[in-house]
Design a binder for this molecule. Structure first.
Ligand SMILES: C[S@@+](CC[C@H](N)C(=O)[O-])C[C@H]1O[C@@H](n2cnc3c(N)ncnc32)[C@H](O)[C@@H]1O
Length: 345
């Protein structure tokens, strides 16, 4: 007999979603135990070899491996386990852009907070931030009190940025930029890639002091063209001099009023002809699609800032025009639901 929803993709997705939190954690645990890494080194391994490597009790390892095999990320043939092509590509290395870093960051920072979703959305503020000591209003500021977790967060942020930054770095507009101000530039991943790709470009990375210290260790090789400025983007002035301002994965953290204030500050320091670049996630204009964007908007509201979302490109364009930027346009449909909105002073 046919079940009522057989063949309905929403039903398939529903069944997957109901089990996804457990499977996500099984994959994260396998990353932490080094299983994908271990299999990458030897192509395949027996249960006993994985047992020796992980030191998990036999029964618990059996349960874990079954869970990961059910996702397809591991395969098992004739009792021997191997990475799937996707696991081999995304999870098996410690390279800076490895999804292993992203998974650990999401596990440590994002997903514990989502248990508070109903409370936080009802309260209209990021109640999950109470788990982090301090009185600063955003997660980014409070993480500076926990350097280990801050390092995990920025490693994950950098890995994701490396996977999504090419569409920005390859834009021809950056061949005309002399001095970029990278507001909320994080550990410098984006500015380093831009400076490496565009030899005429100098960048100033503006971020809070604890994050500037992380960036400091990364920008040494390009120190003549990438410098650091510590401060608070809301309460400190933007420096004069840059002919372009970049907000990459930054404005979506904040409310419409705060975004307008940031765009105004950018407008005020730019020369006539100077450009502003807004790079990040965009939900679809009708606000019905975008799973990366959905996760991000929920994370902002439950934990990171208590506001913000991956606004549709039309919102950014309206705000840019309201501040006075001209030639406002968006490059849409970039990988990972990204868009690049631009304006010229
Ligand atoms: C999501 S990360 C984006 C990092 C980087 N732009 C990228 O695309 O990878 C947001 C950044 O904004 C910074 N930030 C948040 N609030 C800030 C503030 N008030 N002043 C300066 N930087 C801030 C955070 O420290 C963090 O590095």
């Amino acid at each position: 007999m046919r079940a009522a929803h057989d063949g309905d993709p929403v039903y398939e997705r529903f069944q997957f979603l109901m089990n996804a939190p457990a499977l996500f954690n099984a994959v994260a645990t396998s990353v932490e135990l080094g299983i994908f890494h271990f299999l990458a080194d030897r192509a395949e391994a027996t249960f006993d070899q994985i047992h020796q490597h992980t030191a998990l009790p036999l029964h618990q390892l059996r349960v874990l491996l079954q869970a990961v095999c059910s996702t397809g990320l591991l395969t098992r043939r004739d009792g021997r386990y191997a990475n799937s092509a996707v696991a081999q590509d995304l999870l098996a290395s410690d390279d800076e852009d490895s999804w292993a870093h992203i998974i650990v960051g999401w596990k440590e920072v994002y997903y514990p907070a989502f248990g508070q979703m109903t409370t936080a959305l009802r309260a209209g503020t990021n109640t999950a931030l109470d788990a982090y000591p301090g009185d600063e209003p955003t997660l980014y500021q409070r993480l500076s009190r926990n350097p280990d977790l801050e390092a995990v967060f920025h490693r994950a942020m950098s890995a994701f940025t490396l996977r999504s930054v090419d569409a920005l770095v390859e834009r021809p507009e950056f061949a005309e930029v002399r001095h970029l101000l990278d507001v909320g530039g994080g550990d410098g991943t984006t500015s380093i890639r831009l400076a490496a790709r565009h030899p005429q470009l100098k960048s100033t990375i503006f971020d809070i002091p604890s994050v500037s210290r992380i960036a400091d260790g990364k920008t040494t090789a390009l120190a003549d063209r990438v410098d650091l400025l510590s401060g608070n983007m809301f309460t400190d002035n933007f420096p004069l001099g840059p002919d372009a301002v970049l907000f990459s994965h930054v404005l979506e953290i904040f409310s419409a009023e705060q975004i307008l204030a940031m765009l105004q500050k950018a407008y005020d320091v730019l020369p006539v002809g100077g450009r502003v670049f807004l790079y990040g996630y965009n939900v679809s204009d009708d606000e019905t699609s975008g799973i990366f964007s959905a996760r991000l908007g929920l994370y902002f509201n439950v934990l990171a800032s208590g506001q913000g979302m991956a606004y549709p490109a039309a919102d950014y364009e309206r705000w840019l025009s309201r501040v006075g930027f001209r030639d406002v346009t968006t490059v849409r449909g970039l990988p990972f639901e990204h868009g690049l909105s631009m304006g010229t002073r």
